[in-house]
Design a protein around this ligand. Structure first.
Ligand code: ADP
Ligand code: MG
Length: 272
C-alpha cells in the first residue's frame, strides 16, 4: 500500500451538500471559534439540520443531535441509570456525550420540550461551560470543541420564553429562511435527482403557495416538501400527481383548502 494507507483507514465521509443563502456559514464558524452557543431560527424544512451537518463536517467535529418532543425530560438529554443484566449502569444522554467528547450538540426543535428540560443548558451556554449531573453528584466541564446549537421555529410557541434573558443573550442567533429562487431550484434538482426545468416548476409552485394571501396553512410548502415531490417525479409520477400527494395533502386535511391548492397545482405545473 502507498503512503496514504493510514488516511485510507479513516472513514471518508463526503461533505454534506449545502448551499449557503447568506452569511450563515461565516457567522457559524466565527461563533464556533469563540465557543458561543448558536440559536438557529427558521421555518420547518428550510435547511437548518442540513446546515448544522455541513458545519460539523467543515469543523471536523462529531455531531450529536437530540430532537425535542413534548415528553422530553432533562434525563433524555443528560442521561439516566438503566438496568443492564441485573446491574444498574449509568448511560450518558446525548448532551453529556457531546460535553465529554467535545462534539457539536444540536438540540433540534427544542421548543417542543418542557421548560425544566432547558434548565440544564443554562450553565453550558454561559462562560462556565459546565454540565451539572445531579444523579452522579458531579459537574462536567465541556471539552474543547463542545458547541451548543439550538434550533426552533419562530412560528411556534417559543422556547425563548423558557430561556432566561441572561442565557438568551449569550447565544449568537442565525436566521435561516427558504433559499432564493435560483438556489432553491438547484437544491431541489440536486436532492431529488430531477432536471432543472422540473425543479423550477416545483419551486414555482412552492413560491405560489408561500405567497398565498391569508393562507390557512400552518406550514408553507418547504424546500423539504418540494424535494419530496421531486423525488416522486424522479420515480415516474407526473409533476402534478407528485405535488398533489407530496405537497397539497401533506399540508392540509381540509377539503376546501385541498381543492383550492389542487387548482393552484394545475395552474402552475405543466400538463403531463
Ligand atoms: N441551503 C440548502 N442547501 C442544501 N440542501 C438544502 C438546503 N436547504 C434545504 N435543503 C434540503 O432540504 C432538506 C430539508 O432541510 P432540513 O435541513 O431537514 O430542514 P429543517 O431542519 O430546517 O427542518 C434537506 O434534507 C436538504 O435536502
Ligand atoms: Mg431539522
Amino acid at each position: 500500500m502507498s503512503s496514504n494507507s493510514a488516511a485510507a483507514l479513516l472513514p471518508s465521509v463526503a461533505a454534506p451538500f449545502y448551499r449557503a443563502v447568506g452569511d450563515e456559514v461565516e457567522v457559524f464558524l466565527a461563533a464556533a471559534r469563540r465557543s458561543a452557543p448558536i440559536l438557529l431560527k427558521g421555518p420547518t424544512g428550510c435547511g437548518k439540520t442540513r446546515f448544522v451537518e455541513a458545519m460539523a463536517h467543515e469543523l471536523g467535529r462529531e455531531l450529536i443531535t437530540a430532537a425535542g418532543h413534548e415528553d422530553m425530560t432533562s434525563a433524555d438529554l443528560v442521561g439516566r441509570f438503566l438496568l443492564k443484566g441485573g446491574e444498574t449502569v449509568w448511560v450518558d444522554g446525548p448532551l453529556t456525550r457531546a460535553v465529554r467528547e467535545g462534539a457539536i450538540c444540536y438540540l433540534d426543535e427544542v421548543v417542543e420540550a418542557r421548560q425544566d428540560t432547558t434548565v440544564v443548558i443554562h450553565p453550558l451556554a454561559d462562560h462556565r461551560r459546565e454540565l451539572p449531573i445531579d444523579r452522579l453528584a458531579t459537574t462536567l466541564r465541556a471539552a474543547p470543541g463542545f458547541q451548543l446549537v439550538i434550533s426552533y421555529n419562530p412560528g411556534y410557541q417559543s422556547v425563548l420564553k423558557s430561556l432566561k434573558e441572561s442565557t438568551r443573550q449569550r447565544f449568537v442567533a442565525i436566521e435561516l429562511d427558504f433559499p432564493p429562487v435560483e438556489t432553491e431550484i438547484e437544491i431541489v434538482a440536486h436532492e431529488a435527482g430531477i432536471d432543472t426545468a422540473t425543479a423550477s416548476a416545483l419551486v414555482g409552485l412552492g413560491r405560489a403557495i408561500r405567497n398565498l394571501d391569508g393562507s390557512p396553512l400552518r406550514e408553507v410548502a418547504s424546500t423539504r416538501l418540494l424535494i419530496l415531490a421531486g423525488g416522486l417525479v424522479a420515480e415516474g409520477l407526473s409533476p402534478r400527481a407528485a405535488a398533489r400527494s407530496a405537497i397539497v395533502r401533506t399540508l392540509s386535511d381540509d377539503a376546501d383548502v385541498v381543492r383550492a391548492l389542487d387548482e393552484l397545482v394545475d395552474a402552475v405545473l405543466p400538463r403531463p
